[in-house]
Design a protein around this ligand. Structure first.
Ligand code: ADE
Length: 223
């Protein structure tokens, strides 16, 4: 998979993308991530990327020309790429959307910034995505969340191919509780059934626990 990220702050991605799963996926050639500095597409000698809003109001608005130029440059390399804008007014992001993105050959992510972007930029987007009902200072952190959630679903990234199957949200419920050694820790014991070696009973217990946990923490998922 190829992922282009259009951002005013490419350096923000250095830490998160050079560690852990995303690094592993890049190292194995399973994903290629290309950071495009929006400033390079800015206008004039000062490489202007934003301007005051028509009609007045606070803050600066991302101009259309640099963003169109950056997306067009990315599309020249990957013409079939789907374009995603990260914005708090986008559709709520979830695991189903991550699974759908993970099937794409290439993606272009646009990180918004400042007060917002010129509405004409929305015409570039196949998807407008929000990672939650709160306002970040820019789309960069949201893009990292989206990329991380996609990359771990790519075949060959997780240790074993089935580790993404049983987990939270994939089944429409939260995942069952996990335990590892020691058998007892500060008075808290591992449930007996997990030590029983009885596969059928363990499966049943896990299913029940997932339901109990979901009902308690996320009753909205059961509706
Ligand atoms: N940019 C700023 N806030 C955001 C959010 N919640 N989701 C996606 N992009 C954003």
């Amino acid at each position: 998979m190829k992922i282009d990220i259009i951002t005013l702050f490419p350096d923000m991605f250095k830490g998160p993308f050079d560690m852990s799963m995303v690094w592993k996926a890049k190292d194995r050639g399973l994903v290629e991530i290309n950071l495009r500095d929006l400033r390079e597409f800015g206008l004039g000698p000062r490489r202007q990327v934003d301007d005051v809003p028509y009609g007045g109001g606070p803050g600066m608005v991302l101009k259309p020309e640099p963003v169109f130029a950056a997306v067009e440059a990315a599309k020249r390399e990957n013409p079939s790429a789907k374009v995603i804008i990260l914005t708090p007014s986008g559709n709520p992001y979830d695991q189903t959307q991550a699974e759908q993105f993970a099937t794409q050959e290439s993606l272009i992510l646009i990180c918004g910034h400042y007060e917002g972007f010129d509405e004409r930029i929305a015409s570039l987007a196949d998807y407008q995505i929000s990672i939650g009902d709160y306002i970040l200072t820019g789309g960069e952190l949201a893009a990292m969340v989206v990329v991380d959630s996609i990359v771990r679903l790519l075949p060959g990234v997780l240790g074993s191919d089935d580790s993404a199957i049983d987990e939270t949200f994939t089944s429409g419920m939260l995942e069952y509780p996990h335990y590892t050694r020691p058998e007892e820790f500060r008075g808290m014991a591992v449930p007996d059934v997990l030590l029983s070696g009885h596969h059928g009973e363990i499966q049943r217990w896990r299913k029940d626990q997932a339901k109990i946990k979901t009902k308690k923490q996320r009753p909205d998922l059961l509706k």
